[in-house]
Design a protein around this ligand. Structure first.
Ligand code: TXA
Ligand code: MG
Length: 350
């Protein structure tokens, strides 16, 4: 299949061009588009065949439900009949933005979209291209991250092209995304709202609006058979580069020393090694392919660069990556959630 690639400027949207993308969605096709978190792979959320095409293009297991993206709060009625007051409270505080709410689905939403669940995930993105695309298509748009299943999520159009060229109808190149990690997911169907996936909207921010918030007990724990994550997608070895990734925890001094020692030994054994460093430490490593993920002082930079850094190692066919680890406060919690999952919980303390 030929994939058409179009460029759209978020600050000066060519409506006629974007209308062509909306027409593809209306006709049951697949369009990748930018959001403020990561690129999404969009299709009509109310069409079971379109949902199936998403799973095919991603090579994704079909029990992994999709997020329905809407452009206005009232459009949530297209997918849910709930009258949960928490929806409006959170919407007022955080929509449009990087927050996904789980509510009960209505009969319009096919089980193909929700991976067989009776609930549906809904999000109103703040990226203007995304919102205008939803408005023009007059449909809720189901969109997982636009990566091949298991690979790091795309934060640039070139990442989407790498994974999806020839597999979908259109890719909208809207430049680099802002945040770089996927939205926070909060389940509003449980007694106490529960975070299923951490993101840029933190637990504290949610608590300021709703009061008590719980965390899915499976968060931060390796997948043991007895604790099943409530967001089915969180159970897969996600976000992962092709290389083996090992997280190194400890004081800055001991981390740099340990990574230097291990990287040097691996290089001597003929292994292609990568190192995830920071602006503060990158000049202190003596071997391997060293990439700075940003400054330790900016969690926003680290989140923004995370997936692009993992993909850079893939393009260079790196086999083993050592990564520094980061603070788990604020956005740092989402960063460490993705990194530990990418590493398959392979962490060493030094
Ligand atoms: O930032 C984002 O949320 C991006 C952009 C494109 O909006 N989308 C995204 O979608 O990350 P995806 O499909 O890669 O991740 C969706 C996650 C999965 O872990 C899935 O299991 C969970 O949301 N999810 C979706 N519907 C759910 C439901 N009804 N109940 C529990 N978890 C659900
Ligand atoms: Mg994903």
């Amino acid at each position: 299949m030929h994939t058409r690639i179009i460029k759209i400027d978020e600050n000066n949207i060519d409506i006629e061009l974007l209308r062509e993308a909306a027409d593809i969605i209306k006709a049951g096709g697949l369009v990748a588009f930018p959001t403020e978190t990561v690129y999404g792979l969009g299709a009509n959320a109310l069409d079971s065949k379109a949902a199936k095409r998403i799973y095919e293009a991603k090579g994704r297991p079909s029990d992994n439900p999709l997020i329905a993206h809407i452009a206005r709060l009232e459009d949530i009625k297209a997918v849910s009949d709930d009258t949960n007051p928490n929806v409006e409270k959170l919407s007022n505080a955080f929509w449009p933005g990087p927050l996904t709410m789980i509510v009960n689905k209505n009969d319009n939403v096919p089980y193909e979209t929700t991976g067989g669940l009776g609930t549906v995930a809904v999000r109103m993105p703040s990226n203007k291209i995304a919102r205008k695309l939803i408005e023009l298509s007059r449909l809720p748009i189901a969109a997982p991250s636009a990566n091949t299943s298991g690979r790091p999520s795309p934060t640039r159009a070139e990442h989407v092209i790498e994974d999806m060229d020839g597999r979908i109808d259109m890719i909208i190149d809207g430049g680099d995304v802002g945040i770089g990690v996927e939205s926070t997911i909060v389940d509003l169907t449980s007694d106490i709202p529960m975070i299923l996936r951490p993101g840029a909207i933190t637990k504290k921010m949610l608590e300021n609006v709703l009061g008590k918030i719980s965390l899915d007990p499976s968060l931060g724990k390796p997948m043991a058979d007895n604790i099943k994550p409530k967001a089915p997608g969180m159970k897969y070895r996600h976000y992962a580069p092709k290389a083996e990734l090992i997280l190194v925890e400890g004081s800055e001094e001991s981390v740099v020393a340990a990574i230097n020692e291990k990287a040097e030994a691996a290089v001597k054994n003929g292994i292609k090694v990568g190192i995830i460093a920071t602006d503060e430490t990158k000049d202190r490593y003596n071997s391997g392919m060293v990439l700075s993920i940003g400054s330790r002082n900016s969690e926003a930079d680290i989140a923004h660069n995370l997936y692009a850094t993992l993909r850079s190692f893939d393009s260079e066919n790196v086999e083993l990556i050592y990564s520094e680890s980061f603070s788990s406060i604020g956005l740092g919690y989402a960063i460490m959630n993705r990194l530990t999952k990418a590493a398959g919980y392979n962490t060493i303390n030094v």
